[in-house]
Write a protein that binds this ligand. Structure first.
Ligand SMILES: [Fe+2]
Length: 138
């Protein structure tokens, strides 16, 4: 797992959502730095909490936007969002009971990174053209 830096190719064409995604990158990088420094899970748990909270907020806002734009992919997005929140919460529980820092790091990397790439680069990219023409940005 390496640090993520934002690039325009990740843009979904809606500035508020890009800002949210950037914030997700920030939290994930914070998580990465703590893991790299070999810090105990006591340091990881609050950042995971922050990631879960922010992700919930982001999904909620994204769904509101999609609802307003009557986006055809809303149902699929909602399912994906629910699945990922569930995965993050399960991961948080596992971290609490796992004593090996390396195992914790591997688990976080696979869930968080896979999701980040899947969600922003693949799933959210699909709404780019649709929302660009159906949402008036402020
Ligand atoms: Fe998103």
């Amino acid at each position: 797992m390496s640090l993520f830096s934002w690039s325009d190719e990740y843009s979904v064409g809606v500035s508020s959502m890009d800002e949210h995604h950037k914030q997700l990158f920030n939290i994930i990088n914070k998580l990465y730095n703590v893991m790299k420094a070999g810090k105990a899970k006591q340091a990881i748990i609050p950042i995971m909490e922050e990631l879960i909270d922010y992700t919930k907020y982001h999904f909620q806002e994204e769904e509101i936007l999609m609802e307003k734009a009557k986006y055809y992919g809303l149902h699929f997005q909602k399912q994906e969002h629910m699945k990922f929140i569930f995965q993050l919460q399960a991961l948080q529980q596992e971290i609490k009971t796992e004593h090996n820092n390396t195992v914790v790091a591997i688990k976080i990397s696979s869930v968080v990174v896979n999701w980040l790439l899947e969600h922003i680069i693949k799933v959210d990219k699909r709404y780019e053209d649709y929302l660009k023409t159906n949402v008036t940005q402020s």
